[in-house]
Design a binder for this molecule. Structure first.
Ligand code: GDP
Ligand code: MG
Length: 320
C-alpha cells in the first residue's frame, strides 16, 4: 500500500424502519464514534458515523431526507437503495429475523427486499445481508431465511447478528473492512467540525417533526440550533484524540408558519413536542456518541421564508 493509504470507504445501510439500523451503528462505532462533515458534493446522503481505526476508516451513510411520513414503505426503501447504490462501496441490507419469521415464516423474500435486490443485481457492488435480532429467534428458524435469500441474490456474505447484544457485530465490521478499497483517511480523526454537527442535529430534529406530524406542518418548518455546548470529560481519551465529550446541551428553535401549526407541534400539554424531543435526542446521541440534553422551542414566523437573515442563519444558500 502507498503511504497514507488505508482501507477506507462508504457503507450504506438499507432496511425497513425498526430493523435495528441505529442500534447496529451504535454498536459498531463503539468508542471511536465521531461525526464529521458530509462527503463533499459527491453524495446526497449524510455521514451518520465514522468508524476510525489505525488501518481503516468505515464511513456510514444515511439518507435523512427520505423519512417523510407520507412516503410509502416500498418507495422509501427504493429511494434508500438508489442512494445507497450510487454512493456506497459496500451495501448492508438489514432484515429483522424476528419479524420476518413471525410474519412470513420466512420461506420467501418479501417483495420490498426482492425489488431492492433486483436493483442491486445491476450494480457491481458487494452486498452483505445482515440478519438482525437473532437473539429473539431459535437458530434453526433462521436457516430457511438464509436459504431463501441466498437463492435470490449472490450476497458477498450473510451475517446473523444481534445489534443489541453485539453478537456477530465484530465479525461484520471485520468483513466490511476487508471489502473496502484502498483509499485515503477521508476524515482526519481530529476533523470534527462543530458546524456540521449542528446542521445534522437540526436535520435530525426536522426528521422527527416530519415523521410525527402531518399535513402542511413539514413544509412550513425550519430548525435553527441556537446553542450547542459541549462539556468535556476530565481526562483526555488519549493524546491523539484529546478530550472526550461527557455530554452536549443543545437548544433548538423550530420556526413554523402559523399559530395553528405551533399548536400542533406543541400538542396537548406539550405531548407532541416531548415526543419529537425525545426521539430526536436519541438520534442525536447516536450521532454524537455521548449524552445529550435537548431543549426545543417553537416560534411562529409568518413570513420566515422571505427573511434573508433568518434563512442565512438556517444555513440556506442564498443566491443574489
Ligand atoms: P432503525 O429504525 O432501523 O434505526 O431501528 P432501531 O435501531 O431504532 O431499533 C428498533 C428497535 O429494535 C429498538 O427497540 C431496538 O432496541 C430493537 N433492536 C435493535 N436491534 C436489536 C437486536 O439485535 N435484538 C433485539 N432483541 N432488539 C433489537
Ligand atoms: Mg434509526
Amino acid at each position: 500500500m502507498e503511504e497514507n493509504m488505508i482501507h477506507s470507504g462508504f457503507v450504506s445501510l438499507i432496511g425497513r424502519p425498526n430493523v435495528g439500523k441505529s442500534t447496529l451503528l451504535n454498536k459498531m462505532a463503539g468508542i471511536r464514534l465521531a461525526i464529521t462533515s458530509p462527503k463533499a458534493q459527491t453524495t446526497r446522503q449524510i455521514v451518520r458515523a465514522v468508524l476510525d481505526e489505525k488501518d481503516s476508516q468505515i464511513i456510514f451513510l444515511d439518507s435523512p431526507g427520505l423519512h417523510k411520513p407520507r412516503t410509502k414503505l416500498g418507495e422509501f426503501m427504493m429511494a434508500q437503495a438508489t442512494l445507497a447504490l450510487s454512493d456506497a462501496d459496500v451495501i448492508l441490507l438489514l432484515v429483522d429475523a424476528e419479524a420476518s419469521i413471525r410474519h412470513h415464516a420466512m420461506r420467501q423474500v418479501p417483495v420490498i427486499e426482492a425489488n431492492i435486490l433486483e436493483k442491486c443485481e445491476k450494480m457491481d457492488k458487494p452486498v452483505i445481508l445482515v440478519i438482525n435480532k437473532v437473539d429473539q429467534v431459535v437458530k434453526q428458524n433462521v436457516l430457511p431465511m438464509i436459504e431463501a435469500y441466498s437463492q435470490r441474490f449472490k450476497f458477498e456474505a450473510i451475517v446473523p447478528v444481534s445489534a443489541l447484544s453485539g453478537d456477530g457485530v465484530d465479525r461484520l465490521s471485520a468483513l466490511i473492512r476487508s471489502l473496502l478499497p484502498e483509499g485515503p483517511r477521508y476524515y482526519p480523526a481530529d476533523s470534527l467540525t462543530d458546524q456540521t454537527e449542528r446542521s445534522i442535529t437540526a436535520e435530525l430534529i426536522r426528521e422527527q417533526i416530519l415523521m410525527l406530524t402531518h399535513e402542511e406542518i413539514p413544509h412550513g418548518t425550519a430548525v435553527e440550533i441556537e446553542s450547542f455546548e459541549e462539556t468535556l470529560k476530565g481526562e483526555p481519551l488519549d493524546e491523539e484524540h484529546g478530550h472526550d465529550r461527557d455530554f452536549v446541551s443543545i437548544s433548538a428553535l423550530v420556526y413554523c408558519d402559523r399559530d395553528t401549526h405551533k399548536g400542533i407541534l406543541i400538542g396537548k400539554q406539550g405531548s407532541m413536542l416531548k415526543r419529537i424531543g425525545s426521539r430526536a435526542r436519541q438520534e442525536i446521541e447516536t450521532l454524537l456518541g455521548c449524552k445529550v440534553y435537548l431543549e426545543i422551542h417553537v416560534k411562529v414566523r409568518e413570513d420566515w421564508r422571505n427573511r434573508r437573515g433568518i434563512l442565512k442563519n438556517l444555513g440556506y444558500n442564498l443566491k443574489d
